[in-house]
Design a protein around this ligand. Structure first.
Ligand SMILES: [Zn+2]
Length: 431
C-alpha cells in the first residue's frame, strides 16, 4: 500500500530524541519521507489519505546494530516487532546481497539491510564460514578496498586475532572511503583500538582488564566454546582500576560499546524459556531455524562445566556494571543482539538496558537516534522528523512506563509504505 501522501493524526509522538512526548500530533508522510512531524496541524488537500491514530503512540523504526539472523522468518519477525533497519555483523556478503534483493523486490517482508560483510580476522579465524583471513597490513588494506569497492559493504568488521597494524590498515582504508569499522577484538584492547581510530567496539571485545587472564592467556583458546568460557572467567575477574583507562579512552575518542547482554544471558540459560514460549517464536519459526540456533548455542558452550557457568553468572553481573560505569563516564551504548530471532530478542535487550537504570524514553532513543548516529545514518533515519525517511511504528499503547508496549504494534511503516499491519484488527481505521 503506497499513497502519495498519508496523514497520521491524533497519536502521541515520541520522535526518538528523548525529548518530551508531543501529544495529539500530526505526521505527514509524502512518498518515502516525512514532510511534517509535530503538534496538530491542518493539511487541507483531498488527495491526502488520513489515518485517525487517537490513543496510539508513534516511535521511529528501531535499529538493530549487530545481527547474524538471516532466515526469511527473521526478516518478518524484525518488521512485525518494529525493527525497520538491521545491520549484519559478519556474514558472507553474497548471502546478504541475495537476501537484500528479495526484500527490496517485495518477495519477502523485511527490514532495510545494512552489512559489515565478512569478519576480517587473522589466521586461524574463529568463524571460517563468515570470515576472510588476512595476515599482513597490506593484505588487510587490499581486502578492505575490495569489500568496499566491489562488494558494496557499508561497514567493515575486524575480529578476535586482528593485531594493531592490521586493524590500523583496515581503519585507514575504511575511513578513506567514509566508512566505519566495527571491532570485536581480543588481540587489541579497547584503549589501543580507540587510539588507532576504531569506530565501535562490540560484545566480547577486550574493553576490560582481567586480573587472571592477561592478553597472552586469552589468545590461547582452542575452540569457540573454549574462548567463550575463558571470556566468562576473564570478565569474572575484572580489574576495575585498570579497566578505567580503557573506558576513558573510549569515551575520549567517542567509541560506543555494543554489549549485547542478551547473548551473555542466553549463554547462562537466562531468557531461553521466555523465547521458547513467545508467540512469534512459536508461529513464525520452524524446525530449521530452531535447530540451527540451539545447535549453535551447543557449539558455543558444549564443553562448559558448572564452574564455567558460575563464572558466566559473575561475568554477566560485571558486564552490566561495566556498562553502568561506562555510561556514567559519558560513554554511548548501542543496541544489538548478536542472536538469531532478533525481532524478539532485541526487545529482551532493551529490557537489559533499562535494567542499567536507563529510562524507557532513553532506551527508545538509544535504539533509534543513538544507533542511527553510530551507524552514520542519522541524516535519514532514527527520528520522526521532517526530511527523514518515514520509518514509523504505530504502538497500541504508551511505552513510556512499560517497554512491553514496544511489541504491542498496530502497524509499521518503512520508507513511507505500510510494511506490516496487525491482521487481527480492522486496521488501519480510516478517518
Ligand atoms: Zn556477532
Amino acid at each position: 500500500m503506497r499513497h502519495a501522501s498519508v496523514l497520521l493524526e491524533g497519536a502521541d509522538l515520541i520522535d526518538g530524541s528523548a525529548g518530551p512526548v508531543i501529544r495529539d500530533a500530526t505526521v505527514l508522510i509524502e512518498g518515502e519521507r516525512i514532510k511534517y512531524a509535530g503538534p496538530r496541524k491542518r493539511f487541507a488537500d483531498e488527495r491526502i489519505e488520513r489515518l485517525d491514530l487517537s490513543g496510539k503512540t508513534l516511535i521511529p523504526g528501531l535499529i538493530e546494530a549487530h545481527t547474524h539472523a538471516a532466515f526469511d522468518a527473521d526478516m518478518l519477525a524484525y518488521v512485525k516487532n518494529g525493527i525497520t533497519t538491521i545491520r549484519f555483523a559478519g556474514l558472507d556478503q553474497n548471502d546478504v546481497a541475495r537476501l537484500r534483493q528479495r526484500v527490496e523486490h517485495g518477495e519477502l517482508i523485511g527490514p532495510r539491510i545494512l552489512s559489515c560483510g565478512p569478519m576480517i580476522d587473522q589466521p586461524p579465524p574463529a568463524y571460517p564460514e563468515w570470515s576472510v583471513a588476512v595476515s599482513t597490513p597490506a593484505e588487510a588494506a587490499a581486502t578492505a578496498e575490495r569489500l568496499i569497492a566491489r562488494d558494496n559493504v557499508e561497514y567493515l568488521i575486524v575480529t578476535q586475532r586482528v593485531t594493531v597494524p592490521v586493524m590500523a590498515a583496515v581503519v585507514r582504508a575504511a575511513h578513506a572511503h567514509g566508512r566505519t569499522v566495527v571491532a570485536q577484538t581480543w588481540a587489541v584492547d579497547g584503549k589501543e583500538a580507540a587510539e588507532l581510530g576504531i569506530d565501535e567496539l562490540h560484545n566480547s571485545s577486550r574493553v576490560y582488564v582481567s586480573r587472571d587472564y592477561p592478553k597472552k592467556r586469552l589468545l590461547n583458546y582452542e575452540s569457540i566454546a573454549d574462548r567463550l568460557a575463558m571470556s566468562g572467567r576473564a570478565w569474572a575477574t575484572i580489574d576495575w582500576d585498570a579497566t578505567r583507562s580503557i573506558m576513558a579512552a573510549m569515551v575520549d575518542k567517542g567509541v560506543p560499546y555494543c554489549g549485547m547482554q542478551v547473548m551473555g544471558h542466553f549463554q547462562q540459560g537466562i531468557g531461553v524459556t521466555e523465547l521458547e514460549t513467545d508467540a512469534d517464536f512459536l508461529t513464525l519459526f520452524g524446525k530449521p531455524e530452531r535447530d540451527a540456533f540451539f545447535g549453535f548455542i551447543k557449539k558455543l558452550q558444549g564443553s562448559w562445566t558448572p564452574d564455567d557457568l558460575e563464572h558466566w553468572r559473575v561475568a554477566n553481573e560485571n558486564r552490566m556494571e561495566w556498562m553502568r560505569r561506562f555510561r556514567a563516564l559519558g560513554g554511548d551504548l548501542l543496541v544489538g543482539t548478536d542472536m538469531q530471532f532478533g525481532g524478539i530478542t532485541l526487545h529482551q535487550e532493551l529490557r537489559n538496558i533499562a535494567a542499567l537504570g536507563v529510562s524507557p524514553m532513553e532506551v527508545i532513543a538509544m535504539a533509534t537516534s543513538g544507533n542511527a548516529r553510530a551507524l552514520r545514518i542519522n541524516g535519514k533515519l532514527g527520528r520522526i522528523a521532517e526530511g527523514l525517511l518515514a520509518d514509523i511504528v504505530v504502538l497500541n499503547r504508551d511505552p513510556t512506563n512499560d517497554l512491553g508496549a514496544l511489541r504491542d504494534i498496530a502497524c509499521v511503516f518503512r520508507d513511507g509504505a505500510m510494511a506490516w499491519s496487525d491482521p487481527s484488527r480492522s486496521w488501519p481505521a480510516r478517518a
